[in-house]
Write a protein that binds this ligand. Structure first.
Ligand SMILES: [Zn+2]
Ligand SMILES: [Zn+2]
Length: 471
């Protein structure tokens, strides 16, 4: 082997498609030393991949460190399991993410505990494992380069996908060798209404670069998502309906509250219409938004609509029987967990209700089946069989993922793109989006990351792809 080939990284995906996000990188140095690290360590949420949650296809104790792109369960949910299995390295995350992660992991722990009780199986990890994970956390400031070890440094750049989300640049160097630069997008969005997201600095755009690019919405362009939430809410309220807005606890909750506040200020939503907010985890995140720790824009710290009522356990039953016009903003985003489980069975049977999903409604989820069920037809919600009378709608206008055209634009900003590895998307979407990159982006190579193949890469780009065998 020439000396060029003695210094390389192998980039692998533990996840086949969208959830369970975890990229394993194995660095091979010319002196024959190796270093292994992972980027994200998420929980599988698609039904068909759930069993993959039990095991890692690598030894957890062989991993030197872990980088975290953002605080979504499909990117961090298995970190406690990693610690349980013997990982004891550092976990690097952006400063806001270190404030958010304890809430997310403890909530995930509770959900998994309930699930294991119901299924009579052992829980994936314990509260002790969660504490172990949180103790490994190292907080990173955006834009600051940190030296991880003698050869590896990392820089976190702000990413509009979520509060605390980062694009992570990893630079691996060795004397007399071309530095290997890897940019992990995690989930990506250019901007965020709560944040100022600066463009990437020029020095990054000028690097010889391999990008590990998400592709969740690689099948659609941004002009295909039409804003309709506001109009839908106004129309429903005029007809005297109750609006149930289903939201994710982090990000979407606060965004929807802000939109409602704006509607009140514009005078299109009467302040006399009561707005209720329900979801324990969403409350906790909302409290953090009001503090100084997340880097929220000054003008966005006041996002709570007038007269907002936080729903207590005691109030909830009253709201379920109540017939008055109102808005209920509640978790979970896909309707299968949280207080939504109490509201949906009742309001679905009412003609004077609008159920509004505000985020990604995946194939096989409750949200999807509710939308696909025609009016006055039978649908089952958590085993309860009922007649759907309510209107059920969905909008992708709040999506926190870049659409295909926006991702292409993102990729076009780099001057020396050597390789794009298409990651984090449904298999057919990854294929479709890869073709588009090939025709619209100047990248030497494009590859599709899945569990089937991994990519051997050096400072000049792709060396070869190989059939995956972990460990
Ligand atoms: Zn994701
Ligand atoms: Zn995400």
């Amino acid at each position: 082997m020439g000396s060029k080939e003695r210094f390389y990284v192998d980039i692998m995906a533990v996840h086949p498609e969208v959830t369970g996000s975890c990229n394993l990188v194995v660095v091979k140095y010319p002196n024959d030393e190796t270093c292994r690290f992972i980027v994200d360590c998420g929980l599988f949420q698609e039904k068909e991949y759930e069993e993959l949650n039990q095991n890692f296809p690598f030894n957890a104790d062989s991993i030197h460190f872990c980088l975290v792109t953002h605080n979504h369960v499909d990117h961090i949910g298995r970190i406690p399991l990693l610690c349980k299995e013997g990982f004891s390295g550092k976990i690097y995350a952006s400063s806001p993410t270190t404030y958010l992660m304890p809430l997310a992991l403890r909530d995930t722990g509770k959900v998994l505990k309930d699930l294991s009780k119901r299924k009579h199986c052992k829980e994936l990890f314990s509260e002790t494992d969660i504490s172990l994970a949180l103790n490994c956390l190292v907080s990173c400031q955006f834009g600051e380069t940190i030296q991880i070890d003698e050869h590896i440094k990392a820089t976190f750049f702000k990413n509009g996908h979520l509060i605390g989300a980062a694009l992570i640049l990893v630079q691996i160097s060795f004397p007399e060798q071309q530095t290997i630069n890897l940019l992990f997008t995690g989930d990506y969005h250019k901007d965020n209404m709560f944040l100022d997201v600066n463009p990437l600095p020029y020095w990054v755009k000028d690097l010889n670069l391999t990008i590990i690019q998400e592709s969740t919405y690689g099948y659609m362009d941004s002009d295909q998502s039409i804003a309709c939430f506001k109009q839908n809410v106004i129309a429903a309220i005029q007809e005297g309906k109750t609006v149930i807005s289903l939201v994710f606890s982090l990000g979407r909750s606060q965004e929807i509250l802000y939109v409602l506040k704006m509607m009140q200020e514009e005078g299109v939503l009467d302040k006399a219409i009561p707005i209720y907010f329900d979801g324990k985890l969403a409350f906790a995140y909302t409290e953090l938004y009001k503090k100084d720790v997340l880097g929220i824009k000054e003008e966005m710290t006041d996002f709570i609509p007038d007269g907002l009522v936080y729903v207590s356990k005691e109030l909830r039953p009253t709201l379920i029987t109540d017939r008055n016009t109102k808005i209920i903003v509640t978790t979970s985003g896909m309707g299968s967990y949280g207080p939504a489980q109490c509201y949906l069975p009742e309001y679905l049977t009412r003609k004077n209700a609008l159920i509004h999903f505000t985020g990604y409604v995946a194939e096989g989820t409750l949200g999807r089946s509710l939308m696909d069920t025609p009016y006055n037809s039978i649908v089952s919600v958590g085993g309860v069989v009922l007649n759907k009378k309510a209107e059920v709608v969905y909008t992708s206008e709040f999506s926190a993922h870049a659409k295909a055209d926006e991702m292409i634009e993102f990729l076009q900003q780099f001057n020396h793109l050597k390789l794009v590895l298409v990651n984090h998307g449904q298999t057919i979407v990854k294929e479709q989006f890869s073709k588009r990159i090939l025709s619209e982006v100047e990248s030497k190579h494009v590859g599709i990351l899945s569990r089937d193949y991994f990519f051997r890469v050096n400072g000049y780009g792709l060396i070869k792809s190989l059939g995956t065998k972990f460990d």
